[in-house]
Design a binder for this molecule. Sequence first.
Ligand code: NAG
Ligand code: NAG
Ligand code: NAG
Ligand code: NAG
Ligand code: ZN
Length: 813
Amino acid sequence: MEQFKGQPRLPKFAVPKRYDIRLKPDLSSCNFSGSVVIDVDVVADTRFLVLNTANLSVNTSSISFTSRNRTFQVFQLSKVEIFEDDEILVLEFEKSLPIGEGALAIEFDGILSDKMKGFYRSTYEHNGEKKSMAGTQFEPADARKCFPCWDEPAFKATFKITLDVPADLVALSNMPVTEEKVVGQLKTVSYKESPIMSTYLVAIVVGLFDYVEDHTSDGDKLYRYFATPYSLPKLDMVAIPDFAFKAMENYGLVTYRETALLYDDQHSAAANKQQVAIVVTHELAHQWFGNLVTMEWWTDLWLNEGFATWVCYLATDSLFPEWKIWTQFLDEFVEGLKLDGLEGSHPIEVEVKHASEIQEIFDAISYKKGASVIRMLQSYLGAECFQWSLGLYIERHASSNAKTEDLWAALEEGSGEPVNRCLGTYKDLYVKIDKWQSHFLASGSHGDGEWIVPITLCCGSYDNRKSVLLETRSTTLDIETRIGGEDDGTSAICSWIKLNIDQTGFYRVKYDEDLAARLRDAIENKYLSATDRFGILDDSFALCMARQQSLISLLTLMAAYWDDHDYTVLSNLIAISYRLERNAADAVPELLDFIKQFFISLFQESAEKLGWQPKAGESHLDAMLRGEVLTALAVFGHDPTLNEASRRFHVFLNDRNTPLLPPDLRKAAYVAVMQRTSAFERSGYESLLRVYRESDLSQEKTRVLSSLASCPDPNIILEVLNFLSSPEVRNQDAVLGLSVSREGRETAWTWMKFASTEKAEEIEEFFASRRRPSMARTLKQSIERVHINARWVQSVQTDEHLAEAVKQLAMQH
Ligand SMILES: *[C@@H]1O[C@H](CO)[C@@H](O)[C@H](O)[C@H]1NC(C)=O
Ligand SMILES: *[C@@H]1O[C@H](CO)[C@@H](O)[C@H](O)[C@H]1NC(C)=O
Ligand SMILES: *[C@@H]1O[C@H](CO)[C@@H](O)[C@H](O)[C@H]1NC(C)=O
Ligand SMILES: *[C@@H]1O[C@H](CO)[C@@H](O)[C@H](O)[C@H]1NC(C)=O
Ligand SMILES: [Zn+2]
């Protein structure tokens, strides 16, 4: 039996075809009993069956195997062993099992854990009473904690589920109910057998739920896009109070964290609404990408997540075109670039040797870089050709599994382009320009691969475009039009050159001084699109952090955005200013006030334009922008903002529905209140706790939590940390409160090191279990970031022109 230990994958001499599962959860004792009959197809001569199990107590005397080959012969077990580290159950029989079908029956018991994985319990309040419910979270590899199974995505089978549950509760599974029988306090609920699917998509929810119901016509958008109908007869979406991720795409039964599904007209912000749309469409996209066509193994996780992330923007854009969601996609794009810029990054396809390593790759590379690469391909191949090729891919691999090569094959077939060679990580592109004739040189200064990069550029106008497939490390491109001259931005003369039009390519661009200055002018003169303004800013910030560009030139560029009112551009400007403020506080504390003053002046224009009070019929984006701009002014200590926030907050305390503090403004007000809170003036903090306790909307609670730790007083930070670790805060939410102010960092660090309360351990365990296998990689990445910051701080300290320049910038605006 030892031969089965330490193997990355299960042996394939027997494959499951159908599971008949019966489960009986006991919500008061927090355990469950179950039985499963698995129809398996023995495909090679063997005396062994090897399947997954974890944290189940398997009743070994209940195990039987009945062959359906010729006779219905029962096979005697000679040995049963569980290897806990490998999470496998190995059954050895007295003689070889005949080729063909047989039925494996197993009875088992388990614990309804509180770890938000496997078959687990969650709690909620009903009429002032604390109640328990049960739910499942199986991805990536925890179905084995609920029933013994071949727990790998490629072992697809059908599932027939039966539940024994309290008669007064709602019990849901992937498929519709076929029969419900009540016996006393209990009911037995049977569900229709599912189509073939992977184990990680099986789901069960048992609890007290209210619901709304609707029917869609057959012609919904995703059906039309993929040219394949949704394959199950129903789709439930359920919010579960304790939930580890944002949502989980279980086939026909999507589960969500409350903040990602429940929307309240009175108390949800525009940002909440957008988040719900993004998450819901992401999970629905998975019903095709992931559930119908599943990755062969976790190595290709990016196929699932990259696509779902990309498709959710496509779907949201068609539902809410006024949100300009494709511009907002750039937030995902830069997260992908950021992680990919580290040495400790990984390619989108990752080798996974052990189940424990799977969790690690649910990261920005699989989701965000994956989606960015797809967007790049779509832009390169053309939307129509791309959609058509995807249809081909779905049709070809429906109800089956696929690898990355299979997708490339479909795209190549559809487009006739060498898609396969086009992928990878590219780092920086350098642009150099001569006076009358220009060329750009690409040099992969670090990294030893060569990639094929579709390069686009435009020159003086969006009508004057060029594109080239960069196939070697360096290439020269002649630009025919002349550089310089008088120009109103629309003529063909190149007064500026922008590479990577609309940021569709997954790479960064570094411009030389002259080109950068021309782009700054183009930004101020509003010649460039929002996506391009965003890209120039973000590339410049990345280059500055990498010490390839001075802080002065970054700040000078930022100044060009003082009159920019685009939500996504400004939101990134704000995010960058937060990062710079933190780093500058370490590097040049004596300049901190000037830097803050500069940032305030940058955002004031927008704040004044938007005003505090929402305008009737204003756009979704303005509503979100107002909140972010005011929050930034509060964080940088702008007194008029702090005063107005506090005035409105006090009205709100007496009337939670006051029009003076609509949901879009609340985060800003809460942050402002915490800026003025100290150990001597703690009423703001206490009022916020009251808001937290009196709200039953998770979005409101998390809004409060994410504001508390912005307080500059370390004494209050300590109290906040203790509150976060109290039973009043769910583990999954405590994490949100941990983004502490610069001033509170030391306190938080000490608290993390020495806190030994049970809850602190739980939070740590939450982190650990989310990240455990990734510890090695995540730790490496964090250490790399610390070094990058340290080197940056040093380089800024030795810049002797900085002080003068910063003071000037602060005065000018
Ligand atoms: C669940 O726990 C209760 C109380 O401890 C016990 O009586 C029962 O046998 C357990 N059931 C299972 C299936 O383990
Ligand atoms: C599963 O069992 C392992 C030990 O085998 C234990 O460390 C872990 O806490 C258990 N997990 C759950 C969810 O019960
Ligand atoms: C284990 O299974 C056998 C055979 O089905 C059954 O007789 C026995 O009661 C079971 N034991 C437990 C503890 O459930
Ligand atoms: C039954 O099992 C025997 C022995 O493994 C094998 O040779 C034979 O092909 C099987 N028959 C069928 C119908 O699968
Ligand atoms: Zn997903």
